[in-house]
Design a binder for this molecule. Structure first.
Ligand SMILES: [Zn+2]
Length: 340
């Protein structure tokens, strides 16, 4: 993985339906690589890349990652200059309260009552997102309206921090890690043709990737994403779901997909033969673009290669380069094997 590309991708804003900055950066990088390719951007904003291999492929294979991230949209500007908002994608109330946010260039914080004002049970529980406001430092609606409009979208104000050489933490790792790995696939001419889709609006219900699949018409699809690692304090056994440092996650099922078992066995055999660490998810939870791609075209043999990520859908998604390297090696082997 190119760390500079990955960090830049995470720090760009790409709310669902507003993926422009991420898309522009991806197109700019793709155009730098000499690999022969055809690039199109469809009407939804998905970027489709046909990488021309050294030989034609016998099977059409689509590798997908989504460009969007979770965030929020301003729904109302209050008389006191604070902003009401709705979330875009699934964000827990804990991941919202007290965090720094950014709406375009405007900084703010998601605030609420200070502990001194809370009475009785209020002290014990977080306010719901619907009771929280974004404070952008204005004292009335007119001054807030001059800076932010209803319908503007925002994200967490949290770049990537390196805890050490291996561990990174920040916003939008889900799924800029997938975008970075797709860019890696585009850096060298593949043995046979492959297709990449950088898709839109995954966080609002897998909206873009299926549209890309209708155009690519693949035999095989591989969703590249980040998934919940719950190997944190207080969890043991299957409650951990998957672990940071445990390798690439190749699930047998999640909330949207029952993965093709023959293909999953093939992926696992390929990983074993090449000393690549892989793990499963021990809970059937979450969903990703595999769920949309599998059910399009004539039905598609679908698998998923995910990064185990702690505190996903928050300003501090934590993952490891070691796991990313497992994903990168596995994806390049899949590009070769599935196109045969
Ligand atoms: Zn994702």
């Amino acid at each position: 993985m190119n760390r500079e590309e990955f960090v830049t991708l995470c720090e760009l804003d790409g709310l669902p339906g507003y993926e422009n900055a991420v898309r522009d950066y991806i197109l700019q990088q793709l155009n730098k690589y000499p690999t022969p390719k055809e690039i199109t951007v469809d009407n939804m904003g998905n970027v489709l890349v046909h990488l021309i291999g050294k030989e034609p492929a016998n099977k059409v294979v689509q590798f997908d990652a989504h460009m969007d991230e979770v965030g929020f949209i301003v729904t109302h500007i209050c008389d006191d200059g604070t902003l009401r908002f709705a979330t875009l994608g699934g964000i827990s109330d804990q991941a919202l309260f007290g965090h720094r946010v950014r709406i375009g260039k405007q900084c703010g914080i998601i605030g609420g009552k200070a502990v001194h004002q809370c009475k009785g049970q209020e002290k014990e529980k977080l306010p719901a997102a619907s009771e929280m406001c974004i404070d952008i430092g204005c004292c009335d609606a007119d001054s807030a309206c001059a800076l932010v409009k209803v319908g503007d979208v925002g994200t967490f104000d949290a770049g990537i921090t390196w805890f050490n050489e291996n561990i990174f933490c920040g916003k939008a790792v889900d799924d800029r890690i997938g975008c970075a790995l797709l860019l890696d696939l585009a850096k060298e001419q593949p043995a046979r043709d492959i297709w990449l889709s950088f898709s839109v609006q995954e966080e609002l219900g897998l909206r873009g990737a299926g549209v890309a699949t209708e155009q690519i018409k693949p035999d095989f699809a591989v969703a590249i994403d980040a998934t919940t690692a719950a190997d944190t304090a207080g969890n043991s056994g299957d409650d951990k779901v998957c672990c940071v440092g445990g390798g690439a996650v190749v699930p047998f099922a999640d909330g949207a997909t029952l993965y093709d078992s023959a293909l999953r066995q093939k992926v696992n055999a390929l990983a074993a033969a090449n000393d690549i660490s892989v793990q499963v998810k021990t809970k059937i939870a979450g969903a990703n673009n595999a769920g949309a791609m599998q059910r399009r075209h004539t039905g598609v043999y679908t698998t998923c290669v995910s990064l185990p990520c702690r505190y996903i859908h928050s300003p501090c998604c934590l993952g490891s380069v070691q796991d990313v390297e497992c994903m990168r090696k596995l994806l390049s082997l899949l590009a070769e094997e599935l196109t045969r």
